[in-house]
Write a protein that binds this ligand. Structure first.
Ligand code: ATP
Ligand code: MG
Length: 568
């Protein structure tokens, strides 16, 4: 049943340019009409929502064309990589509901890549350069000015081989030598100007330990790994467009002219996901974590998948957002309100409605008998026709929101103010009679009387009043901490501000902790990541820091969009 719905949805949506290319390749029977993709993260950080855009496509098209998608860790730089990241990456992909066929590592191919490099040296197509990286950079030239050839470019093959082995044995210092492909120092594509293909790194590798000291560069590992695995469509972001000719060059070299059209990976580039009010660069996200500016990779303000999960986002809302923005050839800045709207739409369907008072003041119903308790029924989710109900207790002393009472209220204030009637949600209509204040003039208690005939099912229950307030019973509620999260940065595009460091642009109000809140007792039955709507306040989830004695809630998103004007 569900499968049919998916196909119908897909049929309605027009194909994106990548799907069109894949269908063309299939029609031409390229790669024997196979579709194989891969998601190739470097295990040097946690995945963010931008990575989700990439892997939704990798896994999505494989599913769509009955192909396979593998997970491949691009682990060619041991300095920054760790198994902690490998595990989190797997968890996040599974959270979004995708399954890889195999798990591979670029380090699985170190031997094959080494042999390939040795072959290039023997064929006079690679050489060891002893210049510093600065010297090499200086000789690169510009797109319109040819580069200068390295003095080591024409070293004899034997000497190159000998030095290449030494680069890997530990005899040569880091940075003292690199292996470069000998291609064309005048090529208009700068990536062809004798690119560095191996460098020395002495830091142990998280999988291969100290076996290797010479490591392949991205351009010498990525395309080759695709080829070894039989990838047909290598989907990546636009910044790799300029690398594509080199990608193809190494694959041609690797195939040595054999069956050129069979088993040939093809790189196709699409636009990155960039979100407003956040940063997406791993380097910057790592800095926020390391410098303690956020509470870790899964801080609910982070654009990481584990952060969004902890904040209460659903996988469906993330996938919906990604399909809304689509895949194109043009870079864009995507509005975070769209992600929030997708999240609200999903949470509205699935969240359990509960009562919580986050900034409490006591309300005493002076004509309600002391010690009496009534059990009222509240519906868990009015959007679900099979919804359960749960019980909430009503009594003489309640907590209501401080902002729902005003002693001298303006005309259009439809909440609690002396002389005015309001409905208490799921319960009675009450009339405010006044309040008590402390010496500083702060309201400490609000008073009202209730009308017993206005409970639902009673004769006057349909009486019209303008405001409905949420509440919890003092005696029957439990204390809680509520964390109100907001956008991490106060400017739209913090990564692009020229004169300011991104740290200076953090939103000082991105987290407000309310320690003195009360929630209905029913909330003790929930677990972290369950989706809740605190009525009239917003969507929340239980945080993993919660304990039996101390419930902690994260605000996922407010009920309405208060930032952008679109929904006002
Ligand atoms: P790094 O700076 O460490 O290279 P990265 O974000 O590119 O960071 P990778 O682990 O190399 O990280 O990314 C894995 C894949 O995710 C790549 O194919 C990359 O193109 C894709 N990707 C990364 N960021 C985004 C983004 N913002 N939008 C779409 N795809 C992305
Ligand atoms: Mg990368």
């Amino acid at each position: 049943m569900e499968e049919n719905i998916n196909t119908e949805n897909q049929a309605k949506r027009s194909l994106n340019f990548i799907e069109q290319e894949i269908e063309k390749d299939l029609k031409e029977n390229k790669n024997s009409s196979r579709v194989q993709t891969r998601f190739p993260p470097e295990p040097n950080g946690y995945l963010h929502i931008g990575h989700a855009k990439a892997f939704c496509l990798d896994f999505g098209v494989a599913e769509q064309y009955n192909g396979i998608c593998n997970l491949r860790f691009d682990d060619t730089n041991p300095v920054k990589e760790d198994t902690e990241y490998v595990e989190s990456i797997m968890e996040d992909i599974k959270w979004l509901g995708y399954h890889w066929e195999n798990v591979y590592y670029a380090s699985d191919y170190f031997e094959q890549l080494w042999d390939f490099a040795v072959r290039l040296i023997k064929e006079g197509k690679a050489y060891v350069d002893e210049q510093t990286s600065e010297q090499i950079a200086e000789q690169k030239g510009t797109p319109t000015r040819p580069g200068v050839e390295s003095p080591y470019r024409n070293r004899p093959v034997e000497e190159n081989l000998d030095l290449f082995y030494k680069m890997n044995s530990g005899e040569i210092e880091e940075g003292a030598m690199v292996l470069r492909a000998k291609i064309d120092m005048a090529n208009p594509n700068m990536h062809f100007r004798d690119p560095i293909i191996y460098r020395i790194i002495k830091h142990p590798h998280h999988r291969t330990g100290t076996k290797w000291k010479a490591y392949p560069m991205y351009d010498f590992a990525h395309g080759q790994s695709d080829y070894f695995e039989g990838v047909t469509h290598s989907l990546c972001t636009l910044e790799f467009t300029v690398h594509r000719p080199l990608y193809d060059y190494f694959i041609d070299e690797l195939k040595e002219g054999k069956d050129l059209e069979d088993n040939r990976p093809r790189q196709i580039e699409f636009n990155r996901l960039n979100l407003t009010y956040t940063v997406m660069s791993k380097r910057k996200l790592l800095a926020l974590v390391k410098e303690g500016l956020v509470a870790g990779w899964d801080d609910p303000r982070m654009p990481t998948l584990c952060g969004l999960r902890r904040r209460g986002y659903t996988p469906e809302s993330i996938k919906k957002f990604i399909s809304m923005i689509g895949y194109t050839k043009f870079e864009a800045l995507n509005d975070i309100s769209m992600l929030e709207a997708a999240c609200r739409e999903d949470l509205n369907k699935i969240s359990t409605r509960v009562s919580a008072v986050i900034n409490p003041v006591k309300l005493v119903i002076t004509n309600y008998p002391e010690g009496q308790t009534e059990e009222l029924e509240a519906i868990d989710n009015p959007e679900d026709e099979n919804s359960k109900t749960h019980t909430i207790e009503f009594s003489r002393n309640l907590w209501i929101e401080r902002e729902d009472f005003m002693e001298d209220a303006p005309k259009k204030y439809f909440r609690m103010t002396p002389g005015q009637e309001v409905r208490l949600k799921n319960a009675y209509i009450v009339k405010c009679t006044g309040c008590k204040k402390d010496e500083q003039g702060n309201v400490v208690e609000v008073y009202c009387t209730y009308d017993p005939m206005t409970r639902s099912g009673m004769p006057d229950s349909a009486r019209k009043v303008k405001g409905t307030l949420h509440w919890v019973s003092c005696e029957h509620s439990v204390p809680a901490e509520v964390r109100l999260y907001d956008r991490l940065f106060s400017v739209e595009n913090p990564g692009e501000e020229k004169d300011k460091d991104f740290r200076e642009l953090l939103n000082p109000d991105s987290l407000v902790v309310l320690k003195n809140c009360y929630v209905e007792k029913y909330l003790k039955e929930f677990k972290p990541l369950d989706h809740l709507q605190f009525q009239r306040i917003g969507y929340f989830t239980l945080d993993k820091d919660s304990t039996e004695d101390k419930l902690i809630f994260n605000r996922t998103v407010s009920l309405k969009d208060t930032w952008s004007k679109i929904n006002k």
